[in-house]
Write a protein that binds this ligand. Structure first.
Ligand code: 3PG
Length: 305
């Protein structure tokens, strides 16, 4: 069996060694395609592999069809919007993610970005503190929960909105529950996004919603760029000179936003939420173990298609 790691944004070397150990202990061969610059390299690398581990790399229909022997593809991470699930299902390929494995890294970055925004993007002028401010966590999954946990240490008041998590579960963490998305945006000075990108959520963070946020509001996005309407964000920031947007995923209109609203917007140079050694090791090795368990025992825990 041949397992391919295909990562445009490479894992830390320690994670690759860990994956190699799992793969070779199972008697399989490991192939590595890192930092590739063209999709043709990916198409060539997948031709003879039985399984593959990816990050945000795009597993399109074309890639899945080029991988003639592919049985399983694991997204070492949470969001699997980069996998064409129907193409995978059609070809009988199991798709999985590794939920929770890189969450702490993303949560820490979300708090870091909040501090950065509160301190005027480190401009040295008098900024503000997170203590006593209200943080709304939009989607209380693995990352959202950790963001709440860490933010409590800053003395923030934490609230969450997540129709897929029971109110009891959220409240038992000492987090206030809002029952509508409008309510949480209306009541929170900071909103941290942790929703996946899908047909329902794309462009759902729109003008109407953002304009409900209190004066001096900050939107923090460590989720996906597609969930925020770019045109609406532009309009909102024009209308609201108090509004800040910090994101780990630069939108398509990043340059225009940066030029027009300097000091109120910030984008990391490359998506780096999950880019820690720890997260790479956790997610990468979990992916390798999931592949071995599937190929050896037919274990489909974490299957998403
Ligand atoms: C995820 O969905 O797990 C995160 O967005 C991390 O993505 P990355 O592996 O491309 O850094």
């Amino acid at each position: 069996m041949k397992i391919l790691i295909a990562t445009d944004k490479p894992f830390a070397p320690v994670a690759v060694s860990g994956i190699r150990e799992v793969v070779e202990n199972a008697g399989y061969e490991l192939a590595l395609l890192e930092g590739y610059t063209d999709n043709s390299q990916l198409l060539e690398a997948v031709t003879d592999v039985d399984a593959m581990i990816i990050r945000s790399d795009k597993a399109t229909k074309e890639v899945i069809e080029a991988a003639q022997k592919l049985k399983i593809i694991v997204r070492a991470g949470a969001g699997y919007d980069n996998i064409d699930l129907s193409a995978a299902t059609e070809k009988g390929v199991v798709a999985m993610n590794t939920p929770g494995q890189n969450s702490n890294a993303v949560a820490e970055l979300a708090l870091g970005m909040m501090v950065y925004a509160a301190r005027g993007l480190f401009n040295g002028k008098a900024g503000s503190e997170l203590k006593g401010k209200t943080l709304g966590i939009h989607a209380y999954g693995n990352v959202g929960k950790l963001v709440g946990y860490i933010a409590k240490g800053f003395g923030m008041n934490i609230a969450a909105f997540d129709p897929f998590v029971s109110a009891e579960a959220i409240e038992s963490d000492g987090v206030k529950v809002y029952n509508s998305v409008e309510e949480i945006y209306s009541n929170c000075e900071y909103i941290s996004l942790h929703i996946p990108a899908n047909d329902k959520t794309k462009n759902s963070i729109n003008y109407e919603l953002l304009s409900k946020m209190p004066k001096g509001a900050t939107l923090v996005n460590t989720a996906r760029k597609e969930v925020v309407s770019e045109a609406d964000l532009m309009k909102l920031m024009n209308d609201r000179t108090d509004f800040k947007y910090v994101s780990d995923i630069a939108p398509n209109n990043a340059e225009e936003l940066l030029n027009t609203f300097a000091g109120r917007v910030y984008f990391t140079p490359k998506k780096m939420g999950a880019q820690t050694q720890e997260a790479n090791v956790n997610a990468g090795i979990a992916a390798a173990n999931q592949i071995v368990n599937f190929l050896e025992n037919g274990d489909t825990t974490f299957k998403v298609n």
